[in-house]
Design a protein around this ligand. Structure first.
Ligand code: NAI
Length: 630
């Protein structure tokens, strides 16, 4: 493509993540007894040179003297460097091929290892300006071409002067020598590249600090692999989500901010303003008021199973896709439920408490095996169904009730009504979801239907049980013991007191919403949720979204993807297609799905189109959100 701009790009720590000499040292000094010390010296000299501390020639000569490099080391070096190309360079490969005529690699490193790496990206060999080694007959590196300006101080600037490029020059690099080009008046702008290293002295001189090539391309209005530089996508992760999630989102190039606790509504209203991706666990309440302030928010990840801490209706109306981890901690909840059933059937909470007070109360009275007892599971979803299998393996007779038709696993028996289940079970455990209509699903009336002395568990959601009625039922002896993990009001942090009518009751296990809190579950969740959110951002895919119509999309190849979210009213698809037809745009693929509230239309179109189309599509009445993926 013909443009009047030239892009001058540094190699070490910019094009690749590393300094090639450091990698070369690993190879050439592999069997050297003082390898570690010498490597450190090489790194120190590199660093001094980068900050302008010593002359370039001095830096090159002293490093080469330490390296004992030979021609035979180069193939391994090149292989390693190819695997160490900066992530944002890899994902913007198209930029290099499209603008090959205008891209120069100017480096104080060596052509012998730079050329094989960068030409794979379409960079022209004649546009690579770098030093060259000299070798002796046995292939040992003896030094370098001393006539080459790049082996001298201010060499990059001198090289640029000789090139005399007929247009604007933009330099991107991580070192002081890159800035020198601009300083000599030979470049219009200098961009400090900080994806791999951040050098204060260089950043202070830069016109822009660019944490990735995405940002550089965005600033220069060059169509890139992504519509928007990832570093501009602000991610806020609350409530100590697993470190693997933080790492994944950072590796993707997002700006990630983390916060150990939850935030209250007012704090979140303030914080959410510039956030595009929000990650929470079960404590943070994402209310309609919070969402009113969330003008940039694209997606919310609930790093847990339940999502009733999020106002899903309000999120949907704003075109915010919500994801959760529906299966990641299923097993953990099931294991706790099993343990609690056994503990309660043996009256262990009271016995243990007495022992702590020095009271020895040895008796078999009121203690039972779980084998042969009737377990009643209310809500036969992921957790209920898995509990069914494990409990049956322990010898329980399993009954379940679900509002939807669910396949019975093993020998479990389906109950036709909640009433039927309540009346027959020795142990009742709740695993329904937290939908609003489930509020007080179990109250005085339901407790009255249960067998006397029943063991009752709630590890689902707090509001599903009328806590006052549970308290009364326990005190009246109707319920023989209970385990509760979730509450209508849960403290927002460990500093808030837990206030509940359930405190101090007999044979009662209270746990602080930790049913799904195991190391294994947290790691599963930490891996699952970011993948879903990134998939949504990168491809528009909404598979497993809680509130969006679920669409799994093919990867985008040689097309632009238009993502249109609208209120679910008739005729929108026709309007989208009319805009495209009026602008003579060819549709390569189109996907539509709607739910009760919104419609989600994905249209893949050919790469070249009139940008006004975007404005027209945005202007379609009832559009909630619109974005383009490149
Ligand atoms: P799920 O969505 O797979 O299953 C819920 C089942 O309950 C569905 O089959 C649904 O049809 C049924 N259901 C809903 N309302 C009902 C009603 N009124 N009567 C009968 N059946 C009804 O959910 P999953 O993954 O099994 O989770 C269950 C619950 O456990 C959720 O509330 C979730 O928030 C909670 N949970 C709690 C954890 C903790 O740390 N304590 C950890 C993980 C989940």
């Amino acid at each position: 493509m013909k443009i009047n701009k030239y892009f001058v790009i540094d190699f070490d720590s910019t094009f690749t993540k590393v300094e090639a000499f450091d990698v070369l040292a690993d190879i050439s000094l592999r069997d050297h007894p003082d390898k570690v010390a010498i490597k450190k010296q090489v790194e120190e000299i590199t660093h001094m040179g980068m900050n302008g501390g010593i002359s370039l020639r001095e830096s090159l000569e002293s490093r080469l003297a330490l390296l004992h490099a030979e021609k035979k080391h180069l193939p391994a070096l090149v292989t390693l460097l190819k695997s160490l190309v900066s992530e944002s360079f890899k994902r913007n490969k198209e930029f290099f091929t499209t603008y090959a005529d205008n891209i120069y690699i100017i480096s104080n490193g060596f052509r012998e290892f730079i050329e094989p790496v960068v030409t794979e990206f379409g960079i022209k060999p004649e546009n690579i300006l770098a030093n060259q080694f000299t070798f002796d007959d046995s292939g040992k590196v003896t030094g370098f071409d001393k006539e080459n300006p790049l082996s001298m101080s201010h060499g990059k600037a001198e090289q640029l002067r000789r090139l005399n490029l007929p247009g604007d020059v933009y330099v991107i690099g991580d070192g002081y020598t890159d800035y020198e080009i601009k300083h000599s008046g030979l470049a219009n702008k200098f961009y400090a590249f900080t994806e791999n290293v951040e050098r204060e002295s260089v950043m202070n001189h830069a016109d822009h600090v660019t944490p990735s090539l995405d940002e550089f391309l965005y600033l220069n209005k060059i169509n890139t692999a992504f519509s928007y530089p990832k570093n501009r996508i602000h991610v806020l992760l609350l409530e100590n989500v697993h470190p693997v999630a933080i790492e994944m989102m950072k590796a993707e190039g997002f700006s990630v901010e983390t916060y150990p606790a939850g935030l209250n509504e007012d704090e979140l209203c303030e914080k959410i303003k510039n956030v595009s991706v929000l990650g929470i666990r079960s404590k943070t309440q994402v209310t309609a008021k919070v969402l009113e302030h969330a003008n940039r928010l694209m997606t919310i990840g609930a790093f847990c199973i339940g999502t009733n801490q999020i106002d899903l209706k309000a999120a949907t109306k704003k075109g915010i896709a919500v994801f959760n981890a529906p299966f990641s901690n299923t097993r953990s909840v099931v294991e706790l439920a099993i343990a609690e059933i056994i503990m309660l059937m043996r009256n262990i909470p009271d016995k243990s408490a007495k022992m702590h007070q020095g009271k020895w109360d040895k008796s078999a009275k009121g203690s039972f095996e779980i084998r042969g007892k009737r377990l009643g599971i209310i809500g036969y979803g992921n957790i209920g169904a898995q509990l069914s299998v494990l409990a049956e393996n322990l010898g329980m007779q399993v009954f379940y009730y679900d509002r939807e038709e669910k396949l019975a696993l093993g020998n479990a028996t389906k109950c036709k009504s909640l009433k039927e289940l309540l009346a027959l079970a020795d142990v009742i455990t709740l695993h329904v979801d937290g939908r609003e209509s489930n509020t007080n699903l179990i109250g005085t009336e339901q407790f009255a239907l249960m067998k006397k002395g029943v063991i009752f568990l709630n590890l689902s959601r707090g509001h599903v049980v009328d806590v006052k009625a549970l308290r009364e039922s326990i005190l009246a002896g109707r319920v023989g013991g209970c385990a509760v993990d979730v509450y209508p009001h849960e403290p927002i942090s460990n500093n808030e007191e837990f206030v509940s009518e359930l405190r101090g009751l007999p044979n009662t296990i209270l746990s602080p919403h930790i049913g799904g809190s195991t190391a294994e579950a947290q790691e599963n969740i930490g891996n699952f949720v970011p993948l879903k959110m990134m998939d949504y951002i990168n491809t528009g895919s909404t598979s497993n979204s809680v509130n969006f119509p679920n669409l799994t999309l093919p990867t985008l190849e040689n097309a632009h993807r238009l993502i249109h979210i609208h209120n679910n009213v008739p005729g929108i698809l026709a309007k989208i297609n009319k805009v495209l037809a009026d602008n003579e745009i060819n549709i390569a693929g189109q996907y539509l799905k709607t739910n009760e509230h919104i419609g989600y239309v994905i249209t893949d179109i050919n790469k070249h189109y009139n940008k006004d189309v975007i404005k027209e599509l945005r202007a379609i009445e009832n559009t909630i959100k619109f974005r383009v993926l490149y």
